[in-house]
Design a protein around this ligand. Structure first.
Ligand code: FES
Length: 571
């Protein structure tokens, strides 16, 4: 039996306040019976033409609305800040927390009983789920779905992954500029988000693995009719969830996060999922640490053969059976009793799934990478941790000791990387700093620095790279990321000098700077913090209050669940 609806605090009764709330809503044509105790469903839409990955949401939302109406609810769509990865500067990540604040306050302040979160492009998924988690209403995610596979000259090409590859080929002189330009139109050829296992596909998989989206959410292409059907079913389901009082905190348990982290390893998911899941857990109040990523992920074989770690793309994943089929392959290590938005357990959700293509979703006995999770590194260079994605790295560089070549900022890197006089060879460790949460600001995706042209021309294709930045989920290479504390707050990364020896030992989870404590103390005494890029406005609030990467880079005052109690009347 449904408990008293939250929306009745606005719409029930015959006094002045109820008159105001109902009368203004009626200007959209809502009949009297829209206010007779039906669940009001907010549909949180990240549509924006500046976010091309979510630009089809005007059509998709109509399917969600029909589903809500089918089930006897009242659908009310509302827009929120849309973090588009391909356009927003200095980085979409800077605005993830801002968007999450928008989502949280819009949910709590408005008369809604449940919420559908329409996400797609990288940061839109975590921003919506973070904001909703701070409210803890019944909530369900529908992702926009990936683009169809890119096609260029008879071959599949993947969002992002082939951009990095092609641009290195151009710099190495093995691809013409004309071919590079032609590939641009062939890559993004349908609505949807990046179709590699980048951050968007990873986060669409994460919400399904966490149990906050319906089975099938991760892989149906944006233009597949099954995506529209899923949107309709999502609309129907949220109304039932309101009746069942199935709030987010009943689903986002520690078991759910363990499942998601294991699945991230199995899909070869983006390193960005680390900061996003830590931030989401912080909002809902579920304990989760960087160590949990290593604990739950380290033995996970990557069984999904998708770019950037493997060969295929999201469309192929869909035809192979999608995430339910993959989860069934690794069911033995999942918490199958975890509750999901279907009202059923993970076990019940994946029971009907089938793997139709064992090249794409490999059996666990024939993985793409045996240890596919995220490795968490520590040492005097990263006292609070750093991460690396071994499945996207070169096995021969997993243990490496090399001479540091330091770039103080991304502009410094761009200025000098192709200078023929740069003293660098393939054994060096490329170090980039001041690109962390406070330093950039917003922790930009610049950690996968392209290699110096002179080394590319010699056929070098990977080197150890190290930074306090993130990297695109579509990127690859032996790239150490999220070094904490970051350089801009005086972390040891700020003290590295050209020529210092850096040792990476992934099996031992070590990241060590071979410089004496005395020398480091002298360098620390001479160090001064860089000037912030902008004084005032949201950026200065962000720089002042953001947490470090190992804590999810949320704003400190946004951590936690503040619930969905009805605020005081506005009139
Ligand atoms: Fe939007 Fe990749 S740019 S998902």
């Amino acid at each position: 039996m449904t408990k008293k609806l939250r929306s009745s605090a606005w719409f029930a009764g015959d006094d002045k306040d109820a008159f105001i709330h109902r009368s203004w809503m009626k200007n959209r044509g809502l009949p009297d019976d829209a206010f007779d105790g039906r669940p009001v469903i907010g549909i949180c839409n990240t549509f924006s033409e500046f976010t091309p990955c979510n630009a089809h949401f005007r059509e998709l939302v109509e399917h969600v609305k029909r589903g809500v109406l089918d089930a006897g609810g009242v659908p009310l769509e509302f827009p929120v800040f849309s973090c588009g990865e391909s356009n927003l500067r200095p980085t979409a990540m800077l605005f993830r927390n801002l968007a999450s604040m928008d989502v949280e306050e819009a949910i709590r302040g408005n008369p809604m009983d449940g919420v559908v979160l329409m996400a797609g492009c990288d940061k839109t998924t975590p921003s919506l789920l973070m904001g909703a988690s701070s409210c803890d209403l019944p909530s369900i995610v529908i992702s926009g779905g990936p683009m169809l596979n890119g096609k260029f000259r008879g071959k599949d090409i993947g969002s992002g992954t082939d951009v990095w590859r092609f641009s290195e080929d151009v710099r190495a002189g093995v691809m013409s500029r004309a071919d590079f330009m032609a590939a641009e139109s062939a890559m993004s050829r349908s609505p949807g988000h990046c179709m590699t296992m980048g951050t968007a596909s990873t986060m669409a998989s994460m919400v399904e693995a966490l149990g906050v989206a319906l089975p099938g959410n991760a892989a149906y292409p944006a233009v597949d009719a099954r995506r529209s059907r899923l949107a309709r079913m999502t609309g129907r389901r949220i109304v039932e969830m309101v009746h069942e009082d199935l709030v987010l905190s009943r689903i986002l348990t520690r078991e759910a996060f363990a499942n998601a982290i294991r699945i991230n390893g199995a899909i070869g998911g983006s390193t960005n999922a680390v900061v996003h899941l830590l931030a989401i857990a912080g909002r809902i109040g579920t304990p989760l640490t960087l160590e949990d990523w290593d604990r739950w992920g380290q033995d996970m074989p990557t069984i999904l053969d998708l770019m950037p770690s493997g060969r295929f793309l999201m469309e192929d994943f869909c035809y192979a059976g999608g995430l339910p089929a993959l989860m069934k392959e690794v069911a033995s290590v999942l918490d199958l009793g975890a509750l999901t938005v279907t009202g059923r357990t993970v076990a019940e959700n994946i029971e009907p799934a089938e793997n139709f293509d064992k090249e794409v979703i490999r059996p666990v006995t024939k993985p793409l990478t045996p240890n596919g999770g995220i490795a968490v590194l520590r040492g005097n260079l990263a006292p609070d941790g750093a991460i690396i994605k071994p499945s996207a790295a070169s096995p021969e560089l997993m243990r490496h000791r090399g001479r540091a070549v330091v770039f103080n900022t991304i502009e410094d890197y761009k200025r000098r990387v192709d200078d023929p006089a740069l003293d660098i060879d393939e054994h060096c460790v490329m170090v980039l700093r001041n690109c962390g949460p406070k330093g950039y600001p917003g922790m930009a995706e610049v950690g996968n620095m392209a290699l110096p042209r002179k080394l590319l021309e010699r056929g070098v294709r990977d080197m150890v790279r190290l930074s306090d930045a993130r990297m695109s989920g579509t990127a690859f290479g032996t790239v150490i990321l999220h070094v904490a504390p970051e350089a801009a707050v005086g972390g040891p990364l700020a003290l590295v000098k050209d020529g210092d020896e850096i040792e990476l030992d992934v099996p031992a989870r070590r990241l060590q700077l071979h410089v004496s404590e005395e020398a480091l103390a002298a360098r620390r005494a001479a160090w001064s913090a860089p000037e912030p890029a902008m004084k005032g406005g949201y950026q200065s609030l962000y720089v002042e209050r953001t947490l470090q990467a190992d804590k999810g880079a949320d704003l400190d005052f946004l951590v936690g669940c503040r619930g969905h109690a009805v605020p005081r009347e506005s009139h």
